[in-house]
Design a protein around this ligand. Structure first.
Ligand SMILES: *Cc1c(COP(=O)(O)O)cnc(C)c1O
Length: 402
């Protein structure tokens, strides 16, 4: 089924994705195949199985079974230009799995300064110990970026929009510059998913997602994925097998369930987030709204040029308030949970300070007033927009009551 629907529109593809008849049998969804041992009919069949390492062949639990294959197949179908998808036990494992598939000691990688903090820690810790050097770059300064390449630069990792500060970079240009210098371009595409930003079509070699977020969609699973064209897919798969990465069939089934409603969840969350971003933008106790979908917001033009959708994740900066006022605001919220992660059905608020984790593009930006630094990241879930705004309005009142 998934093979025949590749030319259809998104909603149709989301419904058909991964539902190959040999995996689903007579039911709608691929059943949950819980399996370590795969049994063989004979010693000869066992030997034949050992020597073949193709996708979709039974072998042993670590290479998955139809539930995981169906999820990987569905994700490949959602990413135009992908040959295959490898699943990982978390988004962070997907990032490390992609990097370690590409890099070797002596190599240099360039990482955008607004990358997810664990990606930075990985680069400065594990990869440094392995003899791989990382240079961080300002994702909005292409001249400085181009000047950073050296003979040993082998990979570029970007995130767009960036974590917390939400800058959308010129990914097609960055991918083209990387390619010209013989470096592999990788993008952490968790925010947009291929629905809003088909990364391989925009020139990236490797597209990474934390499935924990939008794809899972219900705050009840951890998983990551990496999709790529044939050359890199083969390397990624071999490396993941060597490292022993496997995901549980129960979680794969939950992620497949999440895929079916991905488009309508993202559309509703985008609309609600845009309504809230506009409301925040009109307040005089808000200095900056960092929401790529909002006209007038930084890098909105790049978003409008390259993206066909958004999501519920964005940030804003308070005007002239410190961390205590910010915490009072967040603590006063009823409908927003306080916690990490995002992409579920429920709204979240997070106090965050990008300053200590930026080294190339300083935070706050030079044009901000000195008193305007306190950032709140919101994730907008599936609640009603009027209820969320009323909750925020109450919390803003509580912020200044000391
Ligand atoms: C959450 C997140 C990750 C990591 O995903 P986990 O499943 O939590 O490990 C990676 N990148 C981005 C942009 C994220 O938001």
């Amino acid at each position: 089924m998934s093979n025949t629907s590749a030319d259809k529109k998104t909603g149709t593809r989301l419904v058909g994705a991964g539902r190959q008849p040999e995996w689903t049998g007579a039911v709608v969804n691929p059943p949950i195949w819980r399996a370590s041992t795969h049994l063989y009919e004979s010693c000869a069949a066992l030997k034949a199985g050992t020597s073949s390492n193709e996708d979709g062949r039974f072998f042993y639990g670590r290479r998955g079974a139809p539930t995981q294959w169906a999820l990987a197949d569905a994700l490949t179908m959602l990413e135009p230009g992908a040959f295959g998808t490898v699943l990982y036990p978390s988004g962070v494992a997907a990032i490390s799995g992609a990097l370690i598939s590409v890099l070797k000691p002596g190599d240099v990688m360039l990482v955008s300064d607004n990358a997810y903090e664990p990606s930075r820690l990985m680069a400065n810790g594990l990869f440094k110990r392995l003899g791989i050097e990382t240079k961080f770059f300002d994702p909005l300064d292409l001249n400085a970026f181009t000047a950073m390449f050296c003979e040993n630069t082998k990979a570029v990792l970007i995130e767009s929009p960036g974590s917390l500060t939400m800058e959308v970079c010129d990914t097609p240009a960055i991918a083209a510059i990387a390619r010209k210098h013989g470096a592999v371009s990788m993008i952490d595409n968790t925010w947009a998913t291929p629905l809003a930003f088909p990364a391989l079509r925009h020139g990236c070699d490797i597209a990474i997602m934390a499935l924990t977020k939008h794809v899972g969609g219900h705050s009840d699973l951890m998983m990551g994925s990496v999709s790529a064209g044939e050359r890199w897919y083969k390397r990624l798969r071999q490396t993941a097998q060597t490292l022993g990465h496997v995901v549980s069939p129960d979680d794969a089934a939950l992620a497949l369930r999440g895929i079916r409603t991905l488009e309508i969840r993202l559309q509703k969350q985008t609309n609600t987030a845009l309504g809230i971003a506009k409301w925040l933008d009109a307040r005089n106790d808000v200095a900056h709204v960092l929401c790529p979908m909002l006209p007038g917001s930084p890098t909105h033009e790049t978003w409008a040029r390259d993206f066909t959708g958004g999501c519920g994740l964005f940030s804003f900066v308070l005007k002239g308030r410190g961390a205590e006022a910010r915490d009072r605001l967040i603590d006063a919220l009823d409908l927003f949970g306080i916690g990490y992660s995002w992409g579920g059905f429920e709204s979240l608020a997070l106090p965050a300070d990008p300053a200590p984790i930026r080294t190339a593009a300083s935070w706050p930006p030079k044009d901000y007033d000195a008193d305007d630094q306190c950032l709140i990241r919101l994730f907008i879930g599936l609640e009603d927009v009027d209820d969320l705004i009323a909750d925020l309005a109450r919390a803003f009142d509580a912020m200044d009551q000391t």
